[in-house]
Ligand binder design. Structure first.
Ligand SMILES: *Cc1c(COP(=O)(O)O)cnc(C)c1O
Length: 477
């Protein structure tokens, strides 16, 4: 009933839509990185649910005029805000194929599950986890972290540990999805004892050990250590080998947040900095950031696959398994996570990994780090710019010093205004972050389209914005 009445017309319209999107991707650089949407555009999205049919060509026109020009802009080479992947044309096509197939990857006897298992297996091997490890694709690292924390908690329960005494440790720079996962599992944010960072924004190992002893002494149960591979603010990589040793000695669960940084494993020069990752009890990561897979696609890996299955296995009678027929091919992805109905995310990941291969993806990741180094050098060369923290991976945090007379509070306002001004200029899109208690301009180089000229544009745009945003002299308090 909902298929086209005229397939020829539908085909012609679909080809036009595909061409328009390919044109868009081919010419990204010609447009602003981002532009704010006028109110008149927002009004399109306040109309009531339509009663009647509407023709596809007119819907596409509305998409081209009112949606496409006003998205975040993370496909654009000048986008450096937060940590957003750029996507690829190959990923876009894989999304279309997956949507056409409309497979439900909750389980059942179908080859799409093998595609997901292959992707999980590739990552398990990339990170050096054992064969008995399990994994499941999820929306992103936030969901992956929740699954990891739930599994770690399940082990604690099996060990008879009292859940209200469990303590998790991570650096003060850890991503907020950890506290959220602790909240959702009922342990509460208070179960997280944040540990101070050293000058490289890595977890301070001495303080960690002291805190573990202190907590044990006070009747608490040290339970989980979370290491970061690429912190969200500055791209710092914790000393995973040391964390693994501490976790082993104190019998804690080691979880690694590798949201974007884990894929640095694909570059042979960066990989040694991740050593220790093979000791993880669980690992959360994204394909939609440095992997350039279109949103959304994340992964959780759990070292003890049996424990993982026990923590989530779906046992309801309507999900019972068989040895042949559609209900065969167990275990199913729904046994390893929260979702029962799940899309074929694995296909766009599989297409991306197959299409580019590990060498090209590794080179792309190394290139982002090289650009970050070049940006760091440009900041250091300019007398009015100040680096906030040494560049560890692909994130550069810096400030413009104004005329040198601004108070700290005036500097805060000045920095926030510069960031907004650059974003609104459409030339470049850094974001604002807080490092060592101060606001900074933050550029995360994670888009495969970014080139040296985009780094230069960011510096130019910063210098131009500083002139507009600088408070009049004598008004600096
Ligand atoms: C982005 C990010 C997350 C959250 O991942 P989502 O995919 O957005 O859910 C967690 N940790 C770090 C370090 C991140 O950069």
């Amino acid at each position: 009933m909902l298929d086209p009445d005229n397939w020829e017309q539908f085909r012609a319209q679909s080809h036009r839509m595909l061409d328009a999107m390919i044109d868009h991707l081919e010419t990204l650089r010609e447009r602003p990185v981002w532009q704010p949407a006028p109110e008149s555009i927002r009004d399109h999205f306040r109309t009531p649910l339509p009663d009647d049919e509407r023709d596809l060509a007119s819907l596409h026109t509305e998409f081209m005029e009112s949606i496409l020009p006003f998205s975040v802009g993370n496909t654009h080479p000048g986008f450096m805000g937060w940590v957003h992947g750029g996507g690829t044309p190959v990923g876009m096509m894989a999304e279309m194929l997956a949507a056409g197939l409309n497979a439900n990857l909750g389980g059942r006897n179908q080859i799409p599950l093998e595609v997901e298992r292959q992707v999980v297996g590739w990552m398990r091997d990339l990170f050096g986890l054992p064969e008995r490890s399990s994994g499941v694709l999820v929306s992103g690292t936030s969901a992956a972290t929740l699954i990891a924390v739930t599994t770690a908690r399940h082990r604690a329960e099996e060990q008879g540990l009292k859940s209200d005494s469990l303590v998790a440790y991570a650096s003060s720079e850890v991503h907020g999805c950890l506290a959220r996962a602790l909240d959702i599992t009922g342990l509460g944010r208070g179960a997280l004892h944040p540990i101070a960072c050293n000058g490289q924004q890595q977890i301070d190992l001495n303080q960690l050990q002291q805190q573990i002893s202190h907590d044990r002494h006070h009747g608490l149960t040290p339970w989980l250590i979370v290491g970061s591979v690429g912190t969200v603010n500055t791209g710092a990589i914790d000393d995973l080998t040391a964390l693994a040793a501490i976790a082993r000695n104190a019998q804690l669960w080691l979880h690694i947040d590798g949201a974007f940084g884990a894929l640095a494993m694909l570059d042979p020069e960066l990989a040694p900095r991740l050593s220790g990752i093979e000791c993880a009890d669980s690992l959360a990561m994204d394909f939609h950031k440095w992997g350039q897979v279109p949103y959304d696609a994340g992964l959780v890996l759990i070292r003890d696959g049996e424990l993982h299955r026990r923590s989530f296995a779906a046992t309801d009678s309507y999900l019972q398994r068989a040895t042949t027929g559609l209900a065969a091919n167990t275990p199913w992805p729904c046994d390893y996570g929260i979702d029962l109905s799940r899309g074929f995310r694995a296909l766009k990941v599989w297409f991306t990994l197959q299409s580019f291969g590990r060498h090209k993806l590794g080179r792309m990741i190394a290139h982002c780090c090289q650009l970050a180094g070049e940006l760091e050098a440009l900041v250091q060369q300019h007398p009015q710019l100040e680096l906030a923290v040494p560049v560890s991976l692909n994130i550069v945090c810096f400030r413009h010093l104004g005329d040198g007379t601004l108070s700290e509070s005036a500097m805060e306002k000045f920095t926030r205004e510069i960031v907004c001004h650059i974003q609104c200029s459409g030339r470049s899109a850094p974001s604002l972050a807080t490092v060592n208690g101060r606001s900074v301009i933050r550029a995360a180089i994670i888009n495969h389209r970014t080139r040296h000229e985009d780094i230069v544009t960011l510096i130019d745009a910063t210098l131009a914005a500083s002139k507009t945003c600088l408070p009049p002299h004598g008004d600096s308090l």
